[in-house]
Design a protein around this ligand. Structure first.
Ligand SMILES: [Zn+2]
Length: 300
């Protein structure tokens, strides 16, 4: 069995298992200021499944194009299914999940779905890899989302980047709601692969999964068991490495997918605190750092 993984920017990946092609998220068509990933959703001519982690545009956009062009089935939340139906995707291509499902993808490969958590987008605390963020703890939803809270600002109120980014967001397929974040474990005869696309987790869920490979999102203020991390993004990745204990850990969502609002955290310099945390918490875990479309053979 040959299993390969390609990163396509943000939290989007392509997982190929022999002749089966699985997209993990589908957001490849980004703002012009973001570095190109080398593939557009409408160039995808072969896909069997798209697993959508949650329904925000920077994850789901492109799934409707891939599903329409290739006939791929889309697995995701009810919100993801609603958006796909709105985009004209046939109901029989949609597999709805909320965590607890076990779908067959081929004769030998299945995927299990688990409930997950979205990062704390309501918190404005720092999100660079090494910066410790504190506070915002124990708040209720009305305290997290006060009335007249300003909309997320993509790069400065009156800047040209901000205008282009807002135009892009409005033109993208997606929802203002997460739809409920999901995590996936793809199970093959050679081993299993964990995937989520936003920095959050239920620790007692992920602690029981024991995948061979893990793809962990590194962006924003991480959410651990429903509260914002009192610590850094690097510590979140270290925590995930310690809970999942994969042989190899890949990162997602850590590139400059919407500059200038998003920082490039793919450099070895930016990853230094992450490597330190991973080797401190889970010394056996190898942290991979791959570029776009740099195929990596998994489970070999
Ligand atoms: Zn999101």
């Amino acid at each position: 069995m040959t299993v390969t993984l390609d990163w396509l920017g943000c939290a989007t990946f392509r997982l190929t298992v022999d002749d089966m092609v699985i997209y993990l998220d589908a957001y490849m068509d980004r703002v012009p200021s973001a570095p190109p990933v080398g593939l557009s959703a409408d160039e995808v001519d072969r896909a069997d499944f798209v697993l959508v982690g949650h329904s925000h545009f920077d994850h789901i956009a492109g799934a409707e194009v891939i599903a329409a062009n290739t006939g791929a089935r889309v697995i995701g939340s009810n919100e993801t299914a609603r958006i796909m139906l709105d985009e004209g995707i046939a109901p029989e291509q949609l597999l709805r999940a909320q965590g607890g499902e076990h779908f067959r993808l081929s004769d030998t490969v299945t995927v299990r779905v688990y409930p997950s958590l979205h990062s704390c987008i309501w918190s404005t605390a720092a999100s660079n890899t090494g910066e410790i963020a504190a506070g915002d703890y124990g708040l209720t939803e009305d305290e997290r989302w006060p009335p007249n809270r300003p909309l997320v600002n993509f790069g400065g109120v009156d800047s040209e980047e901000s205008r282009l980014a807002m135009e892009h967001v409005e033109s993208c397929t997606g929802s203002h709601e997460t739809g409920g974040a999901l995590a996936y474990v793809i199970e093959t005869p050679e081993g299993s692969i964990f995937y989520h696309d936003t920095s959050g987790c239920w620790t007692r869920v992920v602690g029981d999964l024991h995948p061979d490979v893990a793809i962990v999102a590194m962006a924003g203020r991480p959410n651990i068991d429903g509260e914002p991390i009192q610590g850094s993004l690097a510590q979140f990745v270290g925590r995930m490495a310690g809970l999942l204990k994969p042989q190899t850990l890949f990162l997602g969502h850590h590139d400059a997918w919407m500059p200038p609002r998003t920082r490039d955290m793919t450099t070895e310099e930016a990853l230094t605190p992450v490597r330190e945390e991973v080797s401190r918490v889970a010394p056996g875990v190898s942290l991979a750092n791959v570029g776009y479309l740099e195929s990596t053979r998994l489970l070999a």
